[in-house]
Design a binder for this molecule. Structure first.
Ligand SMILES: Nc1nc2c(ncn2[C@@H]2O[C@H](COP(=O)(O)OP(=O)(O)OP(=O)(O)O)[C@@H](O)[C@H]2O)c(=O)[nH]1
Ligand SMILES: [Mg+2]
Length: 268
């Protein structure tokens, strides 16, 4: 076997540089479960609940592997019910926990569920994190077991799916992956995800995601004791830029897609 490659749980897990993953998605889609599957332990609380389970960003790391894989779990910021203040605090924490910047944003969608907010979420997320963000996004479908139960494939699901879902995938460079978070022993699904992340990172010239605001927040937030709130040292301009971005982000999420233009009969 070549150096740096070794079998894990019956599959091949590639050694390589550290990878930082940030999970994004609506409440209840399975973000924390995806994080647990990646780090191979119960690092994040994952529960069936109509309420938000994850209230604050958390970090966990894959252990016992040659490769450093960091995961940042976030609350459901795609829910428009979250206040600007809550989103602000969590975005600051998320930036700090993924410093100097994430290699990938995993946009978690649940098989069988696609909401209005999710339709607009790439545009919205670009307003929040910056226009380059979609180059660093991979769509991660949770509940892959539903496909197996229905005897169908992800390709059938996407073909027969909402046109807006196809559009969303296009915006993310058609990068997607499926997880069955109930199949804990399946490390192959994780190895395949890491491979897709590596391919995307290579296409992004080995860089991680950052932008001016990200860097500004990161610079002032390096000290771990700043975690609980973390806004006190932020430059007023950076804070006001962040607030503006969150307002635009939420407005885009809740915007309804314009109906096709009405056809007027001008014969009268
Ligand atoms: N069958 C099945 N259930 C899943 C899968 N992924 C997640 N779930 C379940 O979905 C429910 C919600 O999962 P969470 O991980 O808590 O979802 P979340 O997105 O972190 O939710 P919030 O923290 O509230 O935003 C839990 O009961 C999970 O067990 C999956 O792949 N298959
Ligand atoms: Mg959660």
């Amino acid at each position: 076997m070549s150096q740096g490659i070794r079998p894990v749980g019956g599959c091949v897990f590639f050694a390589g540089p550290p990878v930082r993953i940030v999970m994004i998605g609506k409440t209840g889609v399975g973000k924390s479960a995806v994080g647990n599957t990646i780090v191979n332990k119960k690092a994040f609380i994952s529960l069936e609940s109509p309420e938000s389970v994850t209230a604050h960003c958390r970090h966990a790391q894959l252990e016992g592997e040659k490769r450093e894989v960091h995961v940042v779990d976030t609350p459901g910021i795609l829910d428009t019910s979250k206040s600007v203040e809550v989103v602000k605090k969590e975005i600051i924490k998320c930036i700090q926990m993924s410093t100097p910047g994430p290699h990938v944003f995993l946009l978690v969608l649940q098989i069988g569920r696609f909401t209005k907010e999710e339709e607009n979420c790439v545009d919205a997320l670009e307003k929040l994190f910056g226009p380059e963000m979609s180059k660093y996004m991979i769509v991660l479908f949770s509940h892959g077991d539903k496909l197996t139960q229905q005897g169908t494939t992800i390709f059938d699901y996407l073909r027969s799916g909402h046109p807006k879902l196809t559009e969303l995938l296009n915006r993310c460079g058609n990068r997607f992956h499926v997880f069955n978070n109930k199949d804990k022993k399946n490390r192959k699904q994780v190895a395949e995800l890491i491979k897709k992340i590596d391919e995307m990172v290579a296409a992004n010239r080995a860089s991680y995601y950052s932008d001016d605001m990200f860097e500004a927040v990161d610079r002032t937030q390096r000290q771990p004791d700043k975690l609980p709130d973390g806004t006190e040292d932020l430059n007023v301009n950076v804070l006001s830029e962040l607030l503006q971005r969150i307002i635009q982000f939420q407005a885009t999420l809740s915007a309804t897609t314009p109906a096709p233009a009405a056809v007027y009969d001008n014969k009268t």
